[in-house]
Design a protein around this ligand. Structure first.
Ligand code: MV4
Length: 489
């Protein structure tokens, strides 16, 4: 593989191209009119304009991207995350054009894209699943029966959904009919597929996912877990690896279950198997994401591996350069997603110009970003500015480092989720690792940040007062009295 096109933008496009360059592979960027000056375009060896800013007219134009790749003699396409990354027909078209799709095979993407097909496949491989049903249900009588079997509350999920889209909680049988009808019609309009299924609703679970990596020689390993319970409306905010609650036994059981899920869909490349873990530490398979995830850096930090390099190597047909026994966890890593969103104002996107933008640096600090000072944050795409990632020998050290890094991160011109990150890291429930997916809902109100700011303002005021008083004292010193203190200044 000599030339790779990255069908993405922003931080992930840059991150992929950095590894490609490190491996001596040429890079091609694609971009929209909003991204003409973007760092991923400047970094690439070549760049191709796709069209106007909206994704549907640029980053989602699979055929145009493939045509550009053919013209430039590209032999591999990396899709990043989002956009075309989990589009089986795009992966197929790339292969049909004689280009390597740096990711799983189209049929693996397709199988895991259907939550029902995924559950059916996983069930044959003895992967624990939430009590419920692995078939699409249409009639209310069947639904009632399942509800009675598993007990309320139950959750109706859309088969074509995922990542929290198309879910409905039903508290009691009396609500079932109405909620089912709504779920089906929502699934139809959102995904063009009205298939829904039912699971027992696990209350207060943790969301823990396992990174897997497979090659074309039938080897699949797990690269341990990421704890992703700190999320807001299905948008992850803080991720960490390893999870503070897994025992070595549970880690091995979940890792091996994840590998079985990957085997069930004939997986190649980097993938993530999502689990729920309940208060009794039982784990249940939820779904598999057939892409490199946003939060993959925390796995890289604790394993010392470059996941993009591994993706490229297995896409070239190389065998994984290690076996499961050779892998181990080193230290602890945290990631904070820095969004241009205002946490004091319901996380509304905060667009504007980065009038000041300085990144923290130091040992154990990594920032994966795609912005520089002076850039405008476009309204067309995900408003993530960067991922702030730290590594420490222990969880406590990682938390300490993250707090320092947040303090050293300077942004002016747009509001960001940095203060929200500070709130999370200061919270006793986070520090003691005693939290679940309801953390934000349970503990966060915008007033908490205002409190933090008041405390900061108080310190600033005290400092100002002290300086003022010192200054006054200096002024009072008569000019003739040349004290040692004065001459030293
Ligand atoms: C669940 C659940 C509770 N019980 N399934 C949300 C994302 C999607 N992957 C599945 N999700 C959930 N499925 C059962 N049977 C709770 C969630 C859930 C959740 C999961 C992971 C991370 C954050 C979450 C927030 C709310 C609900």
């Amino acid at each position: 593989m000599k030339k790779i096109l990255v069908a993405n933008r922003g931080e992930i496009a840059l991150r992929v191209m950095r590894t490609a360059r490190k491996m001596g592979v040429q890079t091609v960027a694609v971009y929209s009119e909003a991204d003409r000056e973007a760092p991923h375009v400047r970094f690439a060896d070549e760049a191709v304009l796709l069209g106007p800013p909206p994704s549907a007219q640029s980053y989602l134009l699979g055929d145009k991207i493939i045509a550009a790749a053919l013209e430039l003699g590209v032999d591999g396409i990396h899709p990043g995350y989002g956009f075309l990354s989990e589009n089986a027909s795009f992966a197929q078209k790339v292969a049909d054009a004689g280009i390597t799709f740096i990711g799983p095979k189209p049929h693996s993407i397709e199988m895991m894209g259907s939550k029902l097909a995924a559950k059916e496949a996983a069930k044959k491989f003895e992967v624990p699943m939430v009590p419920g049903i692995e078939e699409a249900i249409t009639d209310i009588e069947t639904a009632k029966k399942i509800g009675q079997q598993v007990g309320y509350p139950i959750l109706i999920k859309a088969s074509a959904g995922g990542g929290g889209k198309g879910m409905r909680i039903v508290e009691k049988e009396a609500d079932l009919k109405e909620q089912m009808e709504r779920a089906v019609s929502e699934a139809l309009s959102a995904f063009g597929d009205g298939s829904v299924f039912i699971e027992k609703y696990v209350t207060g679970p943790r969301h823990i996912e396992v990174q897997v990596m497979g090659d074309t020689h039938g080897n699949i390993v797990y690269l341990f877990e990421r704890e992703c319970s700190i999320q807001r409306r299905h948008q992850k905010v803080v991720e960490e690896a390893p999870s503070a609650i897994l025992t070595p036994e549970l880690r091995k059981a979940m890792g091996e279950a994840a590998v079985r899920v990957a085997k069930a869909c004939d997986y190649v490349g980097a993938g993530t198997v999502e689990f729920l873990v309940d208060a009794q530490r039982q784990f249940y398979f939820l779904e598999m994401n057939t892409r490199l995830q946003v939060e993959h850096p925390v796995t890289e930090m604790i394993t010392g591996l470059d996941l993009v390099e591994l993706q490229i190597r297995v896409a070239r047909g190389e065998a994984l350069p290690f076996g499961q026994e050779e892998l181990s966890i080193n230290g602890h890593s945290l990631e904070l997603r820095v969004y241009a969103e205002d946490p004091e104002n319901n996380f509304l996107p905060s667009v504007g110009t980065l009038t000041r933008y300085r990144l923290p640096e130091g040992p154990g600090i990594r920032v994966d970003g795609g912005y520089v000072e002076g850039m405008v944050v476009p309204i067309y795409y995900d408003p993530m500015l960067a991922k702030l990632v730290v590594h420490g020998d222990t969880r406590a050290e990682a938390i300490r480092k993250m707090k320092e890094a947040i303090a050293d991160y300077e942004v002016e011109g747009v509001a960001t989720t940095l203060p929200f990150g500070r709130f999370v890291l200061d919270h006793p429930a986070f520090i003691s690792a005693d939290f679940d997916t309801h953390f934000v809902q349970q503990y966060y109100t915008p007033e908490q940040l205002l409190e933090g700011r008041r405390a900061e303002a108080e310190v600033a005021a005290k400092l100002a007062l002290r300086l003022h008083l010192q200054h006054k004292k200096v002024l009072k010193v008569p000019a003739s009295m040349d004290s040692e203190w004065k001459s030293r200044r």
